[in-house]
Design a protein around this ligand. Structure first.
Ligand SMILES: [Zn+2]
Length: 313
């Protein structure tokens, strides 16, 4: 090869070597939907099991709703500056489930304070470290933290609502009762009429009922609806409006009514064939058998499903 061609080839290679690390260092673009000024909805990649996040900008700092899994928390810690240069001061766990709370330690290492309603801590004390250890066996992002228990929220509140307020915004953190879990927290922005629901309301066939109180859950959603939100930001599925709360509530009411009716006519679990109305189609999973079994257990044992010994699946 002529010397000039060789020189230009090695120059091209050197340029490539310089360029590749620069490409790798560039954090991916954060996908964020602006809901109101300083309020962003960050859809979670469901193929990774991630929940949705919400970022709320205050005068001097940011609030992040849900810690998510550690893998997503690490991404967000790097990417959140794309929304605002302010530091993340608070991360609110809407509930104790792994896809909402296991990233807690990532945020605290990045300088934030994690917090939740007292019921989240109680729920973790009830179910951990068994769930953490089972999840670490199947997920690299959890295993990589090399912990033997779920990191708890650092602060808890017992009186609802807990309020964060400054000259720019008020944010209320509500507990309305036992629904999806014993500790479901809602985040409410009264001026912007934005409500973050965690998994107390999901948009789509993504409900997990094992830890729930099915009979009480619709009452909790009625209290959330009474706030009259314009924007409803669920724990999973697309953002929308109050129709998410209403649809979730009707699905649960219809599920409970159908199962109760089958129990009333003496059907055993293997015999029940309840049908749910068409209006619930957005929330009906392909296989309803575990939802039926959970509801059947709650209404035949006369206590919340979450109070009946069960394994997370
Ligand atoms: Zn959940």
């Amino acid at each position: 090869m002529p010397r000039r061609a060789l020189a230009s080839l090695s120059f091209a290679l050197a340029a490539l070597l310089l360029f590749v690390p620069a490409l790798c260092a560039q954090p991916a673009k954060l996908i964020a939907q602006k809901i109101a000024p300083g309020v962003w909805f960050l859809p979670g990649d469901s193929s990774q099991g991630y929940c949705n996040n919400i970022v709320i900008e205050m005068k001097d700092y940011l609030i992040v709703v849900d810690a998510n899994y550690p893998g997503r928390a690490l991404e967000l810690v790097k990417q959140i500056a794309q929304l605002s240069p302010k530091p993340v001061r608070f991360v609110f766990d809407t509930h104790a489930h792994r896809d909402h709370a296991y990233g807690n330690i990532v945020w605290t290492r990045a300088g934030a304070t994690t917090f939740a309603y007292q019921g989240v801590l109680d729920e973790m004390d009830r179910y951990e470290p068994a769930r953490w250890l089972a999840t670490a066996a199947e997920r690299e992002d959890v295993r990589a933290l090399d912990l033997h228990d779920a990191p708890r929220p650092q602060l808890v509140f017992r009186r609802s609502p807990f309020i964060l307020k400054d000259s720019t915004r008020e944010v209320r953190f509500y507990f309305f009762g036992w629904a999806h879990t014993r500790g479901d927290g809602f985040v409410w922005l009264p001026r912007e009429r934005v409500l973050c629901t965690g998994d107390a309301a999901v948009n789509g066939p993504r409900n997990k009922l094992w830890d729930a109180n099915l009979a009480n859950w619709p009452r909790v959603l009625a209290r959330a609806l009474a706030l009259q939100p314009l924007h409803v930001l669920p724990g999973h599925g697309d953002a929308g409006g109050p129709e998410i709360l209403l649809g979730q509530k009707l699905f649960l009411e219809d599920l409970c009514a159908a199962i109760r009716q089958q129990i009333a006519v003496g059907k055993s679990l293997s015999q029940i064939t309840p049908a749910l109305p068409l209006r619930d189609r957005n929330w009906i999973p392909a296989d309803l058998s575990s939802d039926f079994a959970i509801a059947y257990a709650e209404f035949t044992q006369h206590k919340p499903a979450g109070d009946i010994p069960h394994q997370w699946q």
